[in-house]
Design a protein around this ligand. Structure first.
Ligand SMILES: [Zn+2]
Length: 301
């Protein structure tokens, strides 16, 4: 039996060879433009990636969602899109990539986007897809299908937040809680609010995730606004929880010269700001980035 990792890589090779849409956008990925901004302990990339226009401008309000066929349900997916069976979930190649290899991992059923009941599945994917970081966008935090439960995965080594953490783990982290096999840390001084759970067992990671989840502000009946990323390395899960106060910054809605079409989701919160508009890519300044992060996720005590 092939590992899930191997099956995912084979799927990617097959899709890039046989699905023209995937071939086109993975083929143009090397031409994506990148600017780098470095702050004290934080590195941020800004990318101009025209393939992301639909995701960046997705209307995710309940009315718009109800009117469109769900693109993660099997019945509505393109005929060329193949899948790998992964228990209750499927692994699909994302044809509009940010990562060199970028996957969407929808649940087989059309269930609302929520993380807590599926957190152990989330960890399991990180362990099995060990070359990738696995991530989750909350329903009002950048998920373009808030009505269909899904994770995403992409190559390790691309997201600056994870490098920032590995480099400054011992100087910028404060221990908040510790249980047998897991620790909850606050990673400070990186422009936005970041919690990290390091765990040797999935159960202990889950326990600390539940505690953190219950401590975050939330509207009645909704999960706390957040983006979450997890990777498995050196026999440990490292989960990054990025709580949020708003979905899109005011620059997203601004007119003409003031506008920056950047719609932050997990990838943006992990340090890669994507815009599908070349002019916005060119005009973003060093001061805009801390301002964007501060609106979404102020790094307060
Ligand atoms: Zn669906």
């Amino acid at each position: 039996m092939k590992s899930l990792m191997q099956q995912a890589l084979e799927l990617w090779n097959e899709q890039v060879a046989n699905w023209p849409l995937a071939a086109q956008f993975y083929g143009s990925l090397p031409q994506v433009l990148t600017r780098e901004f470095v702050y004290d302990h934080t590195r941020v990339l800004v990318q101009f990636n025209p393939a992301r226009v639909h995701s960046t401008t997705a209307k995710t309000d309940a009315g718009s969602i109800a009117k469109r066929p769900c693109f993660l349900c099997s019945a509505n997916r393109p005929a060329e899109q193949r899948e790998v069976d992964a228990g209750d979930f499927l692994i699909l190649v994302n044809p509009f990539p940010i990562f060199q290899q970028h996957f969407t991992i929808p649940h087989k059923q059309h269930l609302p986007q929520q993380l807590l009941p599926y957190y152990i599945d989330f960890l399991q994917f990180a362990k099995e897809l060990h070359e990738f970081v696995v991530f989750y966008n909350g329903p009002r935090c950048g998920a373009s299908a808030p009505d269909h439960l899904h994770f995403q995965a992409g190559n390790k080594g691309f997201l600056p937040l994870i490098d920032d953490f590995n480099r400054n783990r011992h100087t910028l982290s404060t221990l908040y809680q510790s249980i047998e096999g897991a620790q909850l840390l606050r990673f400070k001084g990186v422009l936005r609010k970041v919690w990290v759970i390091e765990a040797e067992s999935a159960g202990a990671s889950h326990e600390l995730f539940v505690r953190l989840y219950n401590s975050l502000p939330a509207l009645p009946g909704e999960e706390p606004m957040m983006n979450v990323l997890v990777l498995y390395e050196n026999k440990k899960w490292v989960t990054f929880v990025l709580p949020r106060e708003v979905f899109r910054p005011r620059q997203y809605f601004a007119e003409a010269t003031g506008q920056l079409l950047i719609s932050p989701a997990a990838i943006e919160m992990a340090g890669v700001l994507i815009t599908p508009v070349e002019e916005h890519y060119n005009k973003i300044t060093r001061d805009d980035i801390p301002d964007l992060f501060h609106q979404i996720s102020p790094d307060m005590p």
